[in-house]
Design a protein around this ligand. Structure first.
Ligand code: WT7
Length: 634
């Protein structure tokens, strides 16, 4: 991204913002025109709207995103480090992968995929730990036009098989295992189990990470390394249409199965590259580190595509913040002279409660920008981050966005937008937020609060839900007319700054992970002794929110703890350990409306200990149950 597209002061921001609202298409066209390699230019800048939900950007253009992320940098900065790999174990060597080396490795991997019969449009599942092969295989798919579907390697075998089957992946890339702090996880075993339920997978490519002795099914499973050794390091990029899907990434919804969000090629590239350049004020020799996993959208957009499209140096960290001790993040910052550091509030809160000596041991003076993402950052965490990590010298960018938005939507621009703790501040150019009330009216002016919507398409918006465009329409475009509905609540303060106030639907953000209540309840209800369940969130010091389950049983039990363990075990198997319940209350019934709907609002209040303020319960079908639940709350 050319320097001219980096906003340098507030006045310039307002000027550009105004232009982006008045002439959105011209605004994005100039960015697209001057910052990327196109094989062919577009015929239409943008078409479609939130009514038809058939949104297209740069239609008619042809490109390959890996030419933009890799090839075009080779001439001038082939030897520059593209990826720094920090292994789980600090005694293992840090790896510096140059753009030249990345190019060769991506091409080799792409050639293997081709050999295995993968073609443009085929879906490839990637289930890998945070090792270089994860970024490489993502880019290898993009190189040949295959659609990648990365599944976070903390998900269970059932969650994995659901995702593989939903998009009918033909091939899966995994590893024998992974390292996570002191633990070793046998990923291949999880994959084998998942594949018992997946008939669409024809081939399994296995990266050797932990030297484990694993089951290799002949004809289906193959080690990647010998294949890579033989593969050519030249692979011509597949030329893609602007709107060809680049990837599918699953996110939980408030109901039913996960939603496979489909992102486009050109629009996504333009949006992630532009936002990366501005929100991190990335300059030539900076070393940028985002601690997310590539299994989430943050990793897709701001470890892989956004940074590489800018020719940046991006760090991939395999481990966890508390191994070998709570100073690991700060050690990595010092060692690599990190300039931009991007993490989640839950990590900040967990590290803030440890002894400050873990921070003070390390020289963090290289830092210029601190980022936060995934959930609202509370004031205490914001202040701790600002004082102890940024030494009040590095602006904090509290970045609000979603899997569906492709890239950051509301965020300060560091050294440009004055920050206020807990405020994501102002929309990025091209983004038009609206705050809506429950009567479908847009609240004008400042000092208003309601549901956050977006009024005009931006290039990074997900185009559909894989295999279910109707659900896409329903979920995002049916609540408010002609608006994209985010599912979040927001306030706009007296100067027009936005503050996100949390989900207004049945999604709960736990440690920055987006969890739908319905899939968790479905899992619990599979226990033979469970009659019914309701999950709500309650405030948690580290996780932001934690899960509280109200469960009614078919038969009473004399060993509640055993049952609690069994229930959490089922959740772990079906979804993953991140969805385990912190508190489980067994109850003889759930408060319901006369039409039979569970009153989650009341359950939420009880779980949060706000029992003095339950509102009117008299309209309930079974008001007496409320007292009973309060009495026995945990
Ligand atoms: C939901 C999206 C965006 C990548 C990671 C999560 C919440 C995200 C913030 C923030 C307040 C935030 C919202 C949003 N969220 N960032 N800075 N302040 N809330 O992606 O899993 O799709 O979750 O995360 O509730 O809707 P996701």
């Amino acid at each position: 991204m050319h320097e001219n597209f980096q906003i340098k002061n507030l006045e310039e921001y307002f000027k550009i913002y105004r232009k982006s609202v008045e002439y959105p298409n011209a605004f994005w066209e100039e960015i697209a025109e001057k910052n990327f390699v196109w094989r062919e230019k577009w015929k239409t800048i943008m078409s479609g709207d939130f009514e038809s939900t058939n949104i297209k950007w740069f239609e008619g253009a042809k490109l390959n995103i890996t030419e933009n992320c890799i090839d075009r940098h080779l001439d001038k900065q082939g030897d520059k480090t593209a990826i720094i790999f920090e292994p789980n174990n600090p005694d293992e060597k840090t790896e510096h992968i140059s753009y030249n080396n990345l190019s060769k490795r991506v091409n080799k991997f792409a050639n293997i995929l081709k050999q295995k019969g993968i073609k443009k449009g085929d879906r490839v599942c990637i289930y890998l730990p945070m090792i270089p092969e994860l970024a490489i295989s993502v880019l290898a798919c993009a190189r040949i036009g295959a659609i990648h579907s990365v599944v976070f390697a903390g998900f269970s075998s059932q969650a994995l098989s659901t995702r593989i089957n939903d998009s009918k992946c033909k091939l899966i890339i995994t590893s024998d295992g992974s390292y996570r702090g002191r633990k070793t996880i046998n990923l291949k075993e999880i994959v084998d189990e998942a594949l018992n339920d997946c008939s669409c997978i024809e081939k399994v490519l296995v990266v050797n990470r932990i030297n484990a002795k694993i089951n290799m099914e002949s004809g289906r499973d193959e080690w990647v390394e010998p294949l890579l050794n033989k593969a050519s390091d030249i692979c011509e990029p597949e030329i893609m249409e602007a709107e060809d899907p680049l990837f599918i990434l699953y996110t939980s919804g408030s109901t039913g199965k996960p939603k496979g969000m489909v992102h486009s090629t050109a629009g996504y590239m333009v949006y992630t590259a532009y936002t990366f350049k501005n929100i991190f004020q990335y300059n030539e020799n900076d070393i940028y580190w985002c601690t997310a996993d590539i299994g989430w959208i943050t990793g897709h957009s701001y470890i892989v595509y956004g940074p590489l499209a800018n020719g940046a140096t991006t760090v991939m960290f395999e481990g966890v913040p508390n191994y070998p001790d709570y100073g690991r993040f700060w050690e990595i910052i010092e060692k690599n002279k990190i300039t931009q550091f991007y993490t989640a509030p839950t990590a900040i809160r967990a590290l803030a409660k440890e002894n400050l000596k873990f921070v003070e041991k390390h020289d963090l003076s290289s830092l210029k920008v601190l980022g936060s993402v995934g959930e609202p950052i509370n004031e205490e965490a914001w202040n701790w981050y600002n004082e102890n990590i940024g030494k009040k010298n590095s602006p904090i960018v509290d970045t609000w966005w979603q899997t569906e938005t492709g890239g950051i939507m509301i965020s300060p621009i560091p050294y440009v937008t004055p920050t206020i703790p807990t405020f994501a501040t102002l929309p990025l150019p091209g983004i038009q937020p609206a705050i809506m009330n429950s009567n479908q009216e847009e609240l004008q002016g400042n000092q208003v609060e309601g549901s956050l919507c977006i009024k005009y398409p931006w290039p990074g918006i997900a185009r559909t839900i894989w295999g279910d465009h109707n659900r896409y329409k329903q979920t995002y475009f049916s609540t408010f007319k002609d608006m994209y509905f985010t599912g979040d609540g927001a306030k706009r303060n007296e100067v027009g700054y936005y503050r996100l106030t949390g989900r207004v639907d049945d999604v709960i953000i736990v440690s920055g992970h987006n969890l739908g209540t319905a899939p968790i309840e479905d899992a619990i209800n599979e226990h033979p002794n469970v009659a019914e369940s309701a999950i709500v969130g309650f405030p948690h010091k580290i996780k932001g929110n934690a899960l509280y389950g109200y469960i009614t049983l078919k038969n009473t039990t004399n060993n509640e703890d055993l049952l609690r363990n069994e229930i959490n075990q089922i959740i772990t198997e079906q979804i993953g350990p991140i969805a385990k319940l912190d508190k489980i209350q067994f109850t003889i019934g759930l408060p319901k409306t006369r039409s039979g709907k569970i009153m989650r609002r009341i359950l939420r209040k009880i779980a949060s200990n706000e029992i003095s303020d339950l509102g009117d319960v008299s309209t309930l079908l079974n008001p007496e149950i409320v007292d009973e639940i309060i009495k026995r709350r945990i």
